[in-house]
Design a protein around this ligand. Structure first.
Ligand SMILES: Nc1ncnc2c1ncn2[C@@H]1O[C@H](COP(=O)(O)OP(=O)(O)OP(=O)(O)O)[C@@H](O)[C@H]1O
Length: 614
């Protein structure tokens, strides 16, 4: 009896020590992650897939997994050389559940609500479990839900918890890069080729991809289903549901602090990369071979970018592939970035697994610098909105006057208002709007001072209009709106415009970015997030050689034309999703052309593999 009590006490002590040990491990990992965050390292998580049903083998290439270390075993080598260990932020074994995997990255995901840009990307050879981690298994169950669903659900939960202090708007884009072309996965009807643009406000973005407001889990499930349906997938010898493209779910979050008015803008890329593969092993030919070559080439470009960043090179070759262009902000910017590397346990995958882990090791050494929030004080946000609205209205007015001038010869009735970006003489916020240059009788006279004070106009602004849109009303992304017509008294009309509905605050006028250009403030400030609804026909703002923004001739757009900017054509705005009772989850659809495929020669992949044309 005494003996049993002794054993019982002993076991209790051991279990206590074990739980203490796990606590210490947990603490250590948290501290390690904090240090990494401070240094801005890309976090690297590793996940080992279990053997597939029916293919269970007695030997695995994975010899051991500890909290942060994975050891691979090469059966063809002997002794010390046979074992290779790699250490990352976290290593998940084959038994790790989707929930366990997500919990670890939850704080990172949540930081998007605090205005950080976040990027999570899944990397690994084909069939190693990338899509499983990001989306889930083919037949989805609640336990099987991948990072994409869990991340969005988590954001909704926090959104609800913070309802009294923050007003959030969450919207989603889904794209894929297939054969070096960016395609919208949330389209209905023919797909079109999209451009990756660089805007000073949104960073790297694909403004023409449909952007759908989401408010609930069911919205997300509907969207993901649509996206998955549209994704390029095929069966290869290595995976019966192999992704032939890189897919990217981009979550845009905008939050307004209801007390201070501060606006936070975060963006999260959830990227499921196409699998790196040896073309001989995957037995692909024809179009499939071409796809594999594109995949390998873009992964090689990713490897080159990582190598440049790791070596802190002055030039980083982001432009070598669409993938690296899309991820530019996350890899080289101020984002929080996490790479999920996937390992297949089959002994014949050891070569790819070692290359994958070596690549991951290099990624882990990249220091991006501490992430920064995209925060805008309430006043700054309002001023920016006012400035952009004024510019838009002036552009519209300018267009009207141009047409009047062309039909009337009397100089007395001409009053041409132009915007110029003279450097501000003082820190007065009104000067941020640029000086107003008034030309009477067609003679240009430059004014060094604005001819009306911005603060006068701000009086008319109605901040509640922004909040209106936060009360669960996501209609502005889908409803059709036009800028008000400007009457003879432009100032009066501007005031009216400022008091207009929230929908109008989302409208965007007088701007179109040229490809690869930095959109600058002029393009992005009038409304919060209108890029997604801007058609190519929107009027252009050009920046003059001296840095002053002038309204290009093409922008002789009457305010009526601004309606186009919102895409009023009902055919272009049909929602592929069933209309919800609460009015959420509608897609402003735009039609486009079917993208075409193009071939390129193979290239070395980051795994060191070479794809060649057969
Ligand atoms: N952790 C896991 N637990 C159970 N099954 C898994 C796990 N990871 C992957 N699988 C299964 O392995 C198979 C291949 O996974 P998946 O399609 O996610 O690979 P992939 O890396 O995305 O491949 P590809 O690059 O070809 O698209 C699928 O049947 C998937 O359900």
């Amino acid at each position: 009896m005494f003996f049993l009590v002794e054993i019982g006490n002993h076991l209790r002590t051991i279990s206590h020590a074990a739980s203490g040990y796990h606590k210490v491990l947990e603490e250590n990992r948290k501290l390690y992650n904090q240090i990494q965050d401070l240094r801005g390292n890309i976090r690297v998580y590793c996940r080992v897939r279990p053997f597939l049903p029916g293919k269970v083998s007695s030997s695995s290439s994975v010899a051991g997994i500890e909290d942060r270390t994975i050891t691979l075993m090469t059966s063809s080598k002997q002794g010390k050389d046979a074992r290779k260990s790699f250490t990352f932020n976290r290593v998940f074994g084959p038994l790790a559940t989707q929930a366990e995997v997500f919990v670890d990255m939850q704080p990172l995901v949540r930081s998007v609500l605090d205005g950080y840009n976040v990027c999570i990307f899944a990397y690994g050879q084909t069939g190693s479990g990338k899509t499983f981690t990001m989306s889930g298994p083919k037949i989805l169950t609640e336990e099987g839900l991948g990072v994409n669903y869990r991340a969005l659900n988590d954001l909704f939960d926090i959104q609800a918890q913070r309802r009294d202090t923050f007003c959030y708007e969450i919207s989603v884009q889904m794209m894929e890069i297939y054969n070096e072309q960016v395609r919208d996965l949330l389209h209905s009807g023919p797909n079109k080729k999209l451009e990756i643009r660089n805007s000073s406000q949104n960073g790297i973005a694909v403004p023409d991809a449909n952007r759908v407001p989401v408010a609930s889990t069911s919205d997300v499930v509907d969207l993901m289903n649509l996206g998955q349906k549209n994704r390029a997938v095929c069966s290869t010898a290595m995976n019966d549901r192999s992704s032939r493209s890189h897919s990217c779910v981009t979550v845009h979050v905008q939050g307004r602090d209801l007390t201070s008015g501060t606006v936070l803008r975060g963006c999260m890329h959830l990227v499921d990369l196409a699998g790196s593969e040896r073309v001989d092993k995957s037995e692909v030919v024809g179009d499939r071979l071409k796809e594999a070559q594109h995949i390998n080439k873009s992964l090689a470009a990713l490897g080159d970018v990582i190598a440049s960043l790791a070596q802190k090179n002055a030039h980083v070759p982001y432009r070598n592939s669409k993938l690296t262009q899309l991820l530019q902000d996350s890899l080289g910017g101020q984002a929080k970035t996490l790479m999920f590397v996937h390992i297949a346990p089959e002994p014949d995958a050891i070569g790819e697994s070692i290359s994958t882990l070596k690549f991951a090791d290099r990624v882990a050494s990249v220091e991006l610098g501490a992430a920064k929030t995209n925060k805008e004080g309430g006043e700054v946000k309002e001023l920016k909105e006012q400035i952009a609205c004024l510019k838009a209205a002036l552009a519209s007015k300018d267009g009207e006057n141009e047409s009047i001038r062309s039909t009337h010869s009397s100089p007395d009735i001409l009053r041409d208002i132009r915007i110029s970006h003279a450097p501000p003489a003082s820190g007065h916020p009104g000067e941020e709007a640029g000086c107003l240059e008034v030309r009477s009788n067609g003679t240009p006279t430059r004014q060094t001072k604005p001819n009306f004070e911005l603060s006068d106009m701000l009086v008319e602004s109605d901040p509640s209009s922004w909040l209106d849109g936060c009360n669960g009303d996501n209609t502005r992304l889908r409803s059709s709106n036009s800028l008000p017509e400007l009457g003879p008294d432009a100032t009066h009309d501007l005031a009216l415009y400022q008091r207009s509905s929230p929908d109008q605050q989302w409208s965007r006028a007088g701007s179109v970015a040229t490809e690869d250009s930095d959109d600058g403030e002029f393009e992005t400030t009038c409304s919060s997030e209108q890029d997604s609804v801007r058609p190519a026909s929107a009027p252009k703002a050009s920046v003059t050689a001296n840095g002053g923004a002038s309204v290009a001739k093409k922008a002789q757009t009457k305010s009526v034309k601004s309606t186009d900017i919102r895409g009023t054509n009902p055919a272009k705005r049909t929602s592929p999703l069933p209309k919800k009772a609460n009015g959420t989850a509608h897609i402003p659809i735009k039609n486009g052309k079917q993208s075409t495929l193009g071939g390129v020669d193979g290239k070395k992949t980051p795994n060191g593999k070479v794809s060649t044309k057969k």
